[in-house]
Design a protein around this ligand. Structure first.
Ligand code: XMP
Length: 567
């Protein structure tokens, strides 16, 4: 809504209808629940019947339909990813100026079976009959797809039709004032205290740090970089140079490799890894805070948390926890509750953070850096409980190493399907992968085998955990991939390019590399993208020159159903 220039406020679903009376329109968002779950969020029907225009999106459409007397049921199959919307009615104000057939983006299993009395069907997809409904008299609208994501080609037009035309909202939000408003907000939150940052060298924490510098002055803001031993090659040097150039004096470097790697020994479960890394961060932070004399109330912690981090960590009351972000572990949560944390970017998406960074005149090479997750290489170094063979299934080969995914807004944790097909740039294997995940039970990710020392039927998954050796191996493969990505210019075609190590192989070579180049706007959804064949061949040759590497695979999975990171 802000991108459209309209002010909005976010309220929990149970908000008293009285509080919503002055709104010009209501949008009920999507969510991971089924309207029939006991604990599913509901909206007071009085809020819906007050005459205010209502737009229900995804779960919101189902909730609206149910509240108005329609029915919702579990769909025969899920629909996760791109679909084509076919308009059935052509005179709806919601779809004014929208093409008859257009690309949209779906993420659901439940469907509206019968629209409530007074509603008419506006549009369908091949999988979802009730893709959009309306009751123009009562100005109630529902869409099963997500108009708010970039993959819905004319999503902004649909939202604009709702807020500007149907609700009659004025354009009263000016993004040019963003920096000033955030600075004022920092000054209010911090008061006369000082701010202390653990910087990562990433876009978010650097932009948040710079905003605090501007709002409070250099002598009230301090930064420490923690080398966890889980960072990429050359990262510490990059951070030193970046902060020296911000004119803040130097950022302090804390070397903590041993502490993190020791704590991770024998740990295999992704959420446990995240928790342990988070807890170690808190311990390091506490130690540093104490050592530097920042314990007293005059200092508070600054963080570069952005909006998607909060949503996917279950930070909004009803959103499912897909991955626990380390900015939200219990130690930090306590500081938040004590009012000792400032998060200037908590309301913004990544693209907005970059825009703010440009306004602050931060260097391009920093702003255009690919995002890198706080828990670092640990969540790209996959582990397995036991030795198990790779097995043949009708759709390909099942690798019993599990990765995290997101389906219908909930978390999944499932084995990998490998297919034996070279992912050449014109192969369109990504489309096939979407189909395969929708069709194959209990799989959330599909990889293509680029090459391997042994055929798939001879491969095993090996019991493994995060070790110094495996992290070093991953760091080296990541460095190779990054070098070639930069020198070939492929950098500009991807939003992020995780390199993952999976404990799959045969003989002495027991780890394989997975390439995961993706395109995205905000990290909330993503497309697996193809790379030029020559680049893939060059990369594969360099990676296979490492003896321990058993093979190279290519992740074909969009988000959803796979998340960008594997854990
Ligand atoms: P997923 O894997 O959830 O990732 O699709 C979405 C984006 O978030 C990044 N990510 C993280 N960033 N701490 C971070 O700072 C984390 O714990 C974390 N986990 C995921 C991920 O790299 C991608 O850009």
């Amino acid at each position: 809504m802000r991108e459209l220039g309209v002010s909005t406020e976010v309220f929990p679903s149970e908000t008293n209808p009285e509080k919503l009376r002055s709104a010009r329109g209501l949008i009920i968002s999507g969510g991971p629940h089924s309207v029939y779950d006991d604990a599913s969020p509901h909206v007071d029907p009085l809020a819906l019947q007050a005459g205010t225009p209502v737009l229900g999106i995804c779960y919101g459409q189902q909730l609206l339909a149910q509240a108005m007397g329609g029915s919702v049921r579990k769909g025969d199959k899920g629909e996760f990813g791109l679909a084509i919307l076919d308009l059935i009615e052509h005179d709806s104000r919601l779809f004014a100026g929208v093409r008859d057939h257009q690309q949209i983006w779906m993420s659901h299993r439940d469907v509206v079976e019968a629209p409530p009395a007074g509603f008419r069907l506006l549009a369908s997809t091949s999988t979802c009959h009730t893709a959009a409904i309306e009751d123009p008299e009562r100005r109630m609208y529902g869409v099963q797809f997500h108009p708010e994501v970039v993959h819905t080609a004319q999503g902004s037009r649909i939202l604009e039709n709702f807020v500007l035309d149907i609700c009659g909202c004025a354009k009263d939000w000016n993004p040019g004032q963003r920096v000033k408003l955030v600075e004022e907000q920092i000054q209010r939150t911090v008061g006369d205290r000082n701010v202390f940052f653990f910087v990562s060298g990433g876009v978010d924490s650097t932009v948040a740090f710079t905003l605090c510098l501007r709002a409070l002055g250099a002598d009230r803001v301090r930064g420490v970089y923690v080398d966890t031993g889980l960072m990429r090659y050359g990262e510490t040097e990059f951070v030193e140079i970046t902060f020296a150039n911000l004119g803040t004096g130097s950022v302090e470097i804390a070397h903590c490799e041993d502490q993190f790697l020791t704590a991770l020994e024998h740990v295999r479960e992704p959420e446990l890894k995240r928790h342990i890394i988070g807890e170690q961060f808190v311990r390091v932070q506490e130690r540093i805070i104490e050592d530097l004399g920042l314990l007293d109330d005059r200092w508070i912690l600054g963080q570069g948390t952005i909006y998607p981090d909060t949503i996917e960590s279950g930070g909004t009351a009803k959103a499912a926890t897909i991955k626990t972000h380390h900015n939200r572990v219990p130690g930090i949560q306590k500081l938040i509750e004590a009012g000792r944390v400032v998060e200037p970017l908590a309301d913004f998406y990544k693209d907005e953070v970059r825009a703010i960074g440009r306004e602050l005149q931060l260097p391009r090479e920093l702003l255009e850096r690919h995002p890198f997750p706080g828990p670092g290489l640990a969540i790209r170094c996959l582990c397995a409980e036991a030795d198990e063979p790779v097995t043949r299934v009708p759709e390909g080969w099942l690798m019993p190493v599990r990765s995290v995914g997101v389906q219908g807004d909930s978390r999944s944790y499932a084995p990998i399907l490998a297919i034996d097909a070279f992912p050449s740039a014109d192969s369109r294997l990504q489309d096939e992968a979407t189909e395969l995940v929708n069709r194959t039970a209990n799989v959330n990710r599909v990889v293509a085998r680029v090459t391997s020392r042994e055929p798939l039927e001879k491969q095993h998954v090996y019991a493994s955990s995060v070790t110094r050796g495996r992290i070093a191996l991953l760091r080296e493969t990541d460095r190779i991939v990054r070098d070639l990505t930069a020198s070939s210019g492929f950098d500009a075609d991807v939003w992020q390019f995780p390199v993952i190590l999976i404990p799959v192989g045969a003989g002495e070579s027991r780890d394989a590399v997975v390439l995961r180049p993706i395109q995205s706007v905000d990290g909330m959804t993503a497309d697996s993208v193809s790379m030029p064949d020559e680049l893939l061949s060059a990369m594969t040759a360099r990676l296979m020159a490492i003896e321990e590497i058993s093979g190279v695979y290519y992740d074909l999975t969009h988000k959803p159903p796979g998340t960008i990171e594997w854990e």
